[in-house]
Ligand binder design. Structure first.
Ligand code: CA
Length: 443
């Protein structure tokens, strides 16, 4: 089942929280993403909040004052009295949708004066908080679902047969590392590792090929039991919502270590997440058909295919990567956009990735994170990592200061943004996912 359009998607709806009505706001009343915030310098505990304009609605505060006491929202409201979204994620879709409708009604311009007054007491300025990871992530899995990314990268290593024979049949993925997931804004230390230059002896030292990967992440809501599977048409009901993911990668370490078992230390040193989780409900207006396979491509095997998935399984979401170097920052120059791609160009949908993951009976648990893999498109401007953009360093990019980049330098800040827009609907955004590179530790 896929979320349907209802009054919470009405593009004309405005909020009495004025900043939510700014055309450029990622968080209008039609969005209402969930996150975990901590009021800076107050000693207060981490809480569940919902972003509205430049504010956060404190759901624990709302619940304590009896503002979420109706039968329909009590279950979801109780699940919000925690310092992670896992309990809310575990409830599945219906309680979450009821909470969304209630929050929408009390934040609308035409909410009653008493509701407005009571709710206003639980608004916190986003400028006054730190955002934490939205969930306690038990397991993190990274896919490889962009055929453009897979082809571009494949060409660098295997010019004659860039795409391996399994690609069009299997949503390729690997098990990532959950312990090193960090929220946006956390600095990322340049990792050291083993590399090998040509036939020379392998060496250990700081990576010289540090890269970003612009990805979309999605959180498991209600899970499945060990030994059970998730049918394709039920898959989306097991997805809570999405965030931005930067899967930092050390390409020189990766090239030496990845055979035969795949990426290991080249990826596990840090993965950054944006803090707001945009729910599947908020995304309902932006669901195009799934990626159209080229003539002659195999149809997905039956367990990965459904008519509904083909007709509405895509997601029209723009991802944008920008870079800000130290010299740009010092000169007051804005971050430069390096890539802009759209998630509707992915070969595999979120539902197909999730169904495939559980197809062997592997249990997925609330709060598990699945990421799409680098989101790239057909053109040169739609490449989601430097490995592709610079052809493994052969074709460096030039920054506005005249500096060149094959890969990331110390002090570089990478900023991911994501948003959905469509005629007749209010634009919604995911906020940003940022990280700045720190020099390698001296060992
Ligand atoms: Ca990746």
């Amino acid at each position: 089942m896929r979320p349907v359009l209802d009054e919470t998607h009405d593009s004309k709806a405005q909020s009495w929280v004025e900043s939510a009505n700014d055309a450029g706001s990622d968080f209008p009343i039609q969005n209402l993403p969930f996150g975990i915030f901590w009021r800076r310098n107050t000693g207060a505990e981490a809480r569940v909040g919902v972003a509205i304009g430049d504010r956060i609605l404190d759901l624990d505060g709302m619940q304590s004052e009896g503002l979420l006491a109706e039968e329909s929202v009590r279950l979801a409201a109780n699940a919000c009295a925690h310092d992670s979204l896992n309990p809310l994620m575990a409830l599945g879709g219906e309680p979450r949708r009821a909470l969304r409708r209630r929050l929408h009604s009390v934040l609308r311009q035409d909410a009653s004066a008493s509701d407005r007054q009571a709710v206003a007491r639980h608004l916190v300025a986003q400028a006054d908080v730190d955002m934490l990871l939205p969930a306690v992530v038990g397991d993190y899995t990274d896919f490889y679902a962009s055929i453009f990314h897979a082809t571009n990268v494949g060409k660098l290593f295997r010019p004659n047969h860039p795409l391996l024979p399994n690609y069009k049949y299997i949503p390729i993925g690997y098990h990532g590392r959950a312990s090193s997931l960090v929220p946006s804004g956390t600095p990322v230390r340049r990792p050291s590792g083993q590399t090998r230059d040509g036939e020379a002896d392998p060496k250990f030292g700081p990576t010289k090929a540090l890269d970003y990967e612009a990805e979309l992440g999605f959180f498991v809501g209600a899970g499945n039991w060990l030994g059970e599977t998730i049918p394709i048409d039920e898959a989306e009901e097991h997805i809570f919502g999405i965030c931005l993911v930067n899967d930092w990668s050390a390409r020189d370490i990766q090239a030496w270590e990845y055979q035969p078992l795949g990426p290991f230390l080249a990826k596990s040193f840090a993965t950054s997440l944006s803090p707001w989780v945009v729910t599947m409900e908020a995304l309902a207006p932006f669901r195009p058909a799934a990626f159209a396979r080229a003539e002659g491509d195999p149809a997905p095997l039956p367990y990965l295919f459904s008519r509904s998935e083909r007709e509405n399984g895509g997601l029209d979401l723009w991802l944008e990567v920008s870079l800000l170097s130290v010299r740009m920052r010092e000169a007051g120059i804005d971050p430069v956009v390096l890539g802009r791609s759209n998630f509707r160009d992915m070969y595999w949908t979120m539902a197909q990735m999730l169904t495939h993951h559980a197809s062997n009976g592997c249990n997925l648990r609330p709060g598990d994170l699945l990421a799409s893999g680098t989101v790239s498109g057909a053109g040169k401007t739609a490449r989601g990592c430097l490995l592709e953009l610079t052809s493994r360093g052969k074709d460096p990019v030039t920054l506005p200061t005249g500096e060149q980049r094959k890969f990331l330098e110390d002090g570089d800040e990478v900023i991911l943004r994501g948003f959905c827009e469509r005629d007749g609907f209010r634009r919604i955004g995911l906020g940003s996912c940022r990280g700045t590179i720190l020099p390698a530790s001296v060992t």
